[in-house]
Design a protein around this ligand. Structure first.
Ligand SMILES: NC(=O)c1ccc[n+]([C@@H]2O[C@H](COP(=O)([O-])OP(=O)(O)OC[C@H]3O[C@@H](n4cnc5c(N)ncnc54)[C@H](O)[C@@H]3O)[C@@H](O)[C@H]2O)c1
Length: 487
């Protein structure tokens, strides 16, 4: 397919979607959007400011009165309809994300599927928003009800733009809340496409998408009529939002950064560990994934063999144009992410780590205008080096050799972050001991990367607050009311 033909996939609506219709921003602000692989313009979007936030929240508050009284089966039915529409448009959605975010088409097709599956999952789970009865005495009936919160805002990161927009929309909506999505500034187009595809299914004000930057995000977080904010973003943004939300004591859900460990025990299969390390680093989207296992702790008895195999696997990964259906590894979302990666490669060298593969940008005409970086692996990394401590959000893996289990766990847990961990062993007691010792919210034993719909996803420590993708996410979108009836 020609590049011009691919552009047909992009959303035709580029305004703000709120109050049940497409609107320009109140002050006429627009911003140009670029393909990070080619530098080509993908057109413009409106940028929401405070006045637009005000109008969107007013409409969402008005829409809440109707939506909360819409029957659960009707709300679930609309979510199922949305899922079918997403599935039917999966190729268009994926092409849009691959042009806008730099994630490769082939590997991002599953984001559209996961978005649709989540709509269906929460549509089915809706009747689990149950209350309970509390025994007291014969002359009273005491029970609890779960009620929606009101206006919920979701602020999203750039690495899986469509996935986050769709996945995190389902629970608040089925629970009876109205929803405003703020897409990432770097890649807003697939969220607009979502509004184009499913916006009309909902009564006015129930589902809104406001592309915008800091002003829009801050105005949403500070607004007194917004009851809950869910963020997928960095720790610094999470802290800023928590501070700003304190003024109105909003409920928060924060899915933040990770500096996650993969741990290989001496008995682990070297081939499987190497393949998992390459996969878990998420080189596909240039390491731009919160769950990436960017610290690989290899026991000294398997270290050299696994490292060789990791290098072999990584050498096969060649960056390519993200919207090309054959590409396995895309490019970074913008110049800032590329520069950040380059700085960390330099820190790794300066701190004495051994660069074993990558560390540079791919050569060739097709890479000249894009933010491409080769997959990179450092060995002989010490746990105190910057590349082992800080989230790079780039394609840089740190391999650390260990021999003493206590020291290894101390190093794994010596981090302010605690999102995921991946443990490789065939010994049952190693597996359970390690799963219990790691300070992380989402642990794989002999696995990596996968998410399991229904399993609570979220982090320990500064990696976040709350759990998503599960009943916990649904219940977090409700508030509990106790009713005591004197008989
Ligand atoms: N835990 C998870 O599930 C998860 C998933 C993906 C990404 N992330 C994290 O996201 C980060 C990368 O994404 P990013 O660079 O887009 O993050 P970011 O924190 O810079 O931005 C995230 C979103 O917050 C908005 N924002 C920024 N400052 C704000 C403020 N003060 N008030 C309101 N909104 C504000 C941005 O416009 C954007 O939409 C990484 O740290 C990554 O680990 C976490």
């Amino acid at each position: 397919m020609s590049y011009e033909k691919k552009l047909d996939a992009l959303p035709s609506q580029r305004g703000l979607f709120h109050s049940g219709k497409w609107c320009p921003s109140a002050d006429g602000s627009i911003e140009e959007v670029f393909d990070p692989a080619t530098g080509s313009s993908l057109g413009t979007t409106s940028i929401a400011g405070r006045a637009d936030v005000e109008a969107a929240v007013r409409a969402a508050k008005a829409g809440f009165a109707e939506w909360r009284r819409t029957s659960l089966s009707e709300r679930s039915g609309i979510l199922r309809e949305a899922a079918a529409i997403i599935r039917a448009n999966a190729e268009r959605i994926t092409l849009t994300d691959s042009l806008d975010s730099g994630g490769p088409y082939k590997r991002m097709l599953k984001d559209a599927e996961a978005g649709a599956a989540t709509f269906e999952f929460f549509a089915g789970l809706a009747t689990e928003m149950k209350g309970s009865t509390i025994p007291f005495n014969d002359s009273s009936l005491n029970y609890t009800l779960r009620e929606p919160l009101g206006v919920v805002v979701r602020i999203n990161a750039f690495n899986h733009p469509f996935l986050f927009a769709a996945q995190r929309a389902a629970a608040p909506l089925v629970a009876g809340n109205t929803l405003i999505i703020k897409p990432p500034v770097q890649a807003p187009l697939s969220s607009l496409l979502l509004a184009e595809l499913i916006g009309d299914l909902f009564p006015a004000g129930v589902f809104s998408v406001l592309p915008g930057g800091l002003e829009c995000g801050q105005a949403l977080v500070e607004h007194k009529d917004v009851s809950m904010v869910g963020l997928i973003g960095s720790v610094e943004t999470g802290k800023a939002i928590a501070r700003a939300a304190a003024g109105t004591l909003k409920k928060l859900s924060l899915e933040l950064g990770g500096k996650n460990a993969l741990i290989a025990f001496p008995d682990a299969d070297p081939d499987k560990v190497a393949a998992a390390a390459a996969q878990g680093m998420n080189f596909t989207w240039c390491g731009q994934s919160c769950g990436s296992t960017s610290r690989v702790f290899l026991h000294e008895s398997v270290h050299d063999e696994v490292l060789d195999k990791i290098v072999g696997a990584v050498r096969k990964l060649v960056p390519g144009i993200p919207s090309d259906p054959e590409t396995d590894m895309g490019c970074m979302v913008n110049a800032a992410q590329l520069e950040k990666t380059q700085h960390y490669v330099q820190y790794g060298k300066d701190d004495g780590a051994r660069l074993v593969v990558g560390g540079d940008r791919p050569k060739g005409g097709q890479f000249a205008k894009g933010y491409f970086h080769n997959p990179t692996v450092f060995a002989d990394v010490r746990a105190d080096m910057r590349i082992a401590r800080e989230e790079i959000f780039g394609p840089v893996m740190s391999v650390i050799k260990w021999r003493n289990e206590e020291e290894m766990f101390a190093a794994v847990n010596d981090s302010d972050l605690g999102l995921t961990a991946s443990i490789w062993t065939n010994n049952l007691s190693n597996a359970h001991r390690a799963a219990s010792r790691v300070e992380a919210g989402y642990v794989w034993v002999n696995g990596v990367s996968s998410h399991f719909l229904g399993a609570p996803f979220g982090g320990y420590k500064l990696s976040g607050l709350g759990r998503e993708e599960s009943i916990e996410e649904l219940l977090a979108c409700t508030q509990l009311k106790n009713v005591n009836v004197t008989l």
